[in-house]
Design a protein around this ligand. Structure first.
Ligand SMILES: [Zn+2]
Length: 181
C-alpha cells in the first residue's frame, strides 16, 4: 500500500482546493477499489483512492474538501500515550530473552489495520498505535509476534506456546480486538 501525505503533495506544488486546512494530517492511500473514501483517524484523516488514480488528481482534492465539510473540518483527537515505545521495546527484549529468541530488528510503523507483524526474516514490526493501549495489551502483541518467530500460523502449536508464556492471552486478545481508533 502506497501512502501519500497531502501536505507533501501540496509542498510539491500540487493544486489543492483552498478550503482544505493545511494543519490537518491527511494521508492518501491507493487501494484496489473503485470509489473514493475518507475516514477520520486520530489526529487526521485517511483517504482511499483507486490504484489508477494519481493522488494529486483534482478529483481527489475536491473529494477531500467535500468530505471535510461533512466532518466539520475536525479530526478526532489523538489518544493519550498509555505505553511508551521505550516500554514496548523493553518488553520485546524481556520476552525475547524469556523465550530464547533473538529478533533481528524491531521497528514501529503507523499501521492502522494490524497491531503488529513479523517477517520470515525475524523482523518484528509494531504499530505506533500500541502506545495508545495499556501496557498489558501491548505486551500481548509483543508475545504474539515473538511466538510467530517460532510458529507462523495461529494453529494449536501457536496457542499452546501463547498459553505457556501468557496464560491469560485470550482475555487480552479479546480486549484488544474491541479497541478501535
Ligand atoms: Zn498473528
Amino acid at each position: 500500500m502506497t501512502r501519500f501525505s497531502l501536505k507533501k503533495l501540496l509542498g510539491r506544488g500540487g493544486k489543492a482546493a483552498p478550503t482544505i486546512p493545511s494543519d490537518l494530517n491527511i494521508t492518501i492511500r491507493r487501494q484496489h477499489r473503485r470509489s473514493l473514501m475518507m475516514r477520520p483517524i486520530p489526529g487526521g484523516f485517511e483517504v482511499y483512492i483507486p490504484r489508477w488514480m494519481r493522488p494529486d488528481n483534482p478529483t481527489v482534492t475536491t473529494f477531500i474538501a467535500k468530505s471535510l465539510d461533512k466532518f466539520g473540518n475536525q479530526a478526532p483527537p489523538i489518544p493519550p500515550t498509555l505505553t511508551t515505545r521505550e516500554e514496548i521495546t523493553a518488553m520485546v527484549n524481556h520476552w525475547a530473552a524469556q523465550m530464547g529468541l533473538q529478533p533481528k530488528r524491531i521497528s514501529f510503523r503507523d499501521m492502522t489495520r494490524k497491531w503488529g507483524s513479523c517477517s520470515s526474516r525475524d523482523n518484528i514490526t509494531l504499530s505506533t498505535r500500541l502506545t495508545w493501549v495499556e501496557p498489558h495489551l501491548a505486551e500481548y502483541v509483543v508475545v504474539h509476534e515473538l511466538v510467530h518467530l517460532r510458529v507462523f500460523n495461529h494453529g494449536k502449536d501457536f496457542k499452546d506456546m501463547m498459553s505457556q508464556y501468557m496464560p491469560d492471552w485470550k482475555t487480552r486478545e479479546q480486549t484488544l480486538h474491541a479497541i478501535r481508533f
